[in-house]
Design a protein around this ligand. Structure first.
Ligand code: AMP
Length: 398
């Protein structure tokens, strides 16, 4: 089948697009930043010129600008055959990607109460591409969908169950497209099928989550009702004592302030007092900046604790997998994390780790390690494109 597939990932003030051919080879990608601000702009990767956007540019105007830039490059002469959208929260409704119609749009709107910061901007992206390409099938690919296999013991919080029944308070998990990609890539590298492969997948980027995948299915994950729970992240705290909420309320803070502290001012940024950027922290730590060292130590220790916890959900472990900007690039984080896990029988090959994994299969474990340890670059856009193609054109090479 010929034609292209467009993927769209809308954040609160940014928008990423990627264009794939029918064989799912990436043709181009673009990014719009600072949307809603006076200095909004967009770029197409590999092209030197910035695309200036009007002050206060919306997701729709940015998308128009990026699409017209792709057309100018001769890459989008005909409308795409499918458009895949990343949608953060699919609640319990969406267990897989969905071809978008009025009912699906309403259900995504309903899920917005679970992700008020995310789903509305994802819907803005869907509306924008629907206006631009009214006849092209649009597909929603949910961050939560891969985790629909979580067993009840992993997704229930120990709170009164009316909160679950009435308001959907449970653990959902996120980064599903990345963890799903790890499950298939790890299986491929290990010469197995996903259905017989069990891994622990650590997605470590600006947001961080870890998932236990048993025989191809997500069975435990660190993010919960929202993407705040679990690991230390760039600006998010991850796990804290829930008693912190009353403690801060008693200090006079309202819900909005607590939200801001835990989501925007915590994590690596809060611990280091300098930056949420792991690469910059590693450089600061090299120059004896103590708070940066502490931030890296807390990050790695929390991660190691979660790796230990994820073992409880597996009956075999084919590989521990590191991915995301930090997981793929920070040999220091991998080394410090694995150093906590000797009791489980993990060892690391210093040289392979320094090279971010062997070229053939990304392995970094030592010859005597009880478990394989792999570094695998994530590719969430590819998963979105693949799911969009499969849902929009059933029977195609999805
Ligand atoms: P992502 O959200 O997946 O793009 O990941 C962003 C994070 O990856 C940031 O904290 C970056 O500092 C981190 N990162 C990217 N490259 C490196 C590197 N070479 N060493 C350490 N951290 C890195």
């Amino acid at each position: 089948m010929e034609g292209t597939i467009l993927t769209v990932n809308c954040g609160s003030s940014s928008l990423k697009v990627a264009l794939f051919d029918a064989q799912l080879q990436k043709l181009a990608s673009g990014l719009a930043e600072r949307l809603g601000k006076d200095d909004a702009f967009a770029t197409i990767k590999g092209r030197p010129d910035r695309i200036e956007l009007t002050a206060g540019a919306t997701h729709e105007s940015a998308l128009r600008a990026l699409v017209s830039a792709l057309q100018d490059c001769g890459l989008l002469d005909a409308p795409p055959v499918a458009i895949g959208h990343r949608v953060v929260h699919g609640g319990e409704t969406f267990r897989k990607a969905a071809l978008i119609d009025e009912d699906v749009l309403t259900a995504i709107e309903d899920c917005a109460n679970l992700a008020p910061l995310h789903n509305p901007v994802n819907l803005a992206g869907i509306r924008a591409t629907t206006n631009l390409f009214p006849d092209v099938p649009q597909v929603a690919v949910f961050d939560t969908a891969f985790h629909h296999t979580l067993p009840q013991k992993a997704y229930l919080y120990a709170v009164p169950q009316r909160l679950y029944r009435d308001w959907g308070v449970r653990r959902y998990g996120f980064h599903g497209t990345s963890h799903q990609f790890m499950a298939t890539e790890a299986a491929r590298l290990l010469g197995k099928t996903p259905a017989t492969t069990s891994i622990i997948s650590a997605h470590l980027g600006n947001g961080c989550s870890i998932t236990a995948i048993r025989d191809g299915n997500s069975v435990d994950t660190s993010m919960g009702l929202t993407p705040l729970e679990g690991l230390v992240m760039g600006t998010r705290s991850g796990d804290v004592d829930p008693g912190l909420f009353d403690f801060l309320a008693n200090k006079g803070m309202n819900a909005e302030e607590v939200h801001r502290i835990l989501n925007n001012e915590s994590g690596l940024l809060g611990l280091s007092g300098q930056t949420n950027d792991m690469r910059a922290l590693c450089e600061l730590a090299d120059h004896d900046h103590e708070p940066s060292r502490t931030a890296i130590d807390v990050f790695c220790f929390r991660l190691a604790r979660y790796i230990g916890a994820m073992m409880a959900s597996l009956n075999q472990l084919d590989a521990l997998v590191f991915t995301g900007g930090i997981g793929e690039n920070s040999s220091l984080v991998r080394k410090k994390t694995l150093a906590h896990l000797g009791l489980f029988g993990f060892t690391m090959d210093e040289e392979l780790n320094a090279h971010h994994g062997s070229i053939s299969d990304g392995q970094i474990e030592g010859a005597d390690s009880r478990f394989r340890v792999l570094v695998i670059p994530t590719n969430e856009e590819l998963v979105i494109a693949r799911e969009a193609l499969a849902s929009a054109t059933p029977g195609s090479a999805g």
